[in-house]
Design a protein around this ligand. Sequence first.
Ligand SMILES: [Zn+2]
Length: 292
Amino acid sequence: MSKFVGVNQVNLSIEEIKKLNIRRVEICITQSRPYKESLKDALETLEFCEENRIAYSVHLPLYIPKWYQQDYLAAFFLSKNEALRKQSFHLLEMNLKKLEEKNVDYFVLHFPGVNHTDTDHENFKLFLKSSLEEINTLAEKYNAKILLEYFGSNILFNDYYQWIEIIESFSKIGLLLDTGHLYFASKLVPFDFLQAFSVLAKAADAFHFWTTKGSHYYQNNEYYKTYHHIIPNFNQDAKDGWAFDPRFIFNQMLNQKKPIILEASNIYKGHEYLINSIQELLEYAEIFQKDY
Ligand SMILES: [Zn+2]
């Protein structure tokens, strides 16, 4: 199967990964199950990828020590609260160190914070630069590539042109474009989704692919609240209120020849729908990219 299109492992067993002949995986823990159980699964899949030479990325963090009491996906690298900020860097370093010997293709980080509430900040640009420098230094130290996932939720850092310009100046940092978060950002900031997608797709190093329905964002969106990340399926028509035409967006991503991770839950229409949709996308990519 395609070496570019992969799957987030949270909702798939190793048996299913084998059966679907998946050649790329993103290792991740989930808040929907007890931490220890989720970490055990993630590490087993990571070892399976190592043994079978399957390319894999790691969605940080995997290791969460007891001293870290915050929402681990929220991230506080840009928080004005110095104690929280230090903890975020400390958590990042601890994870990079523990995974130093592994063949991780790249790491994914929620750098800007998901629920950022600081609305004014003196010298924010300098502050941003120094935080990025610190991440870049850690990436160099542990020989890692770290991709920052784009969100629109940080009021001080949601201009995607600014993201591209700043991130491009760091050697070990890249950009990850997530179709669902970009869609919500386009409602939240707001901006034109397709215009932003075409600009960011060229600058991105990798993608997350999932969808949703409706014109509201995050907790204002009934589909997001009920189903979280929905697996894209070619039957989801933008005319019916879906975020985008999945075939059009998938084609644009495939043309970039960069990793695309299907990052979806199995709540919407159940597990079989997730598996069938993954299979359909993998087979489509195989045909699309056969000339590469
Ligand atoms: Zn994502």
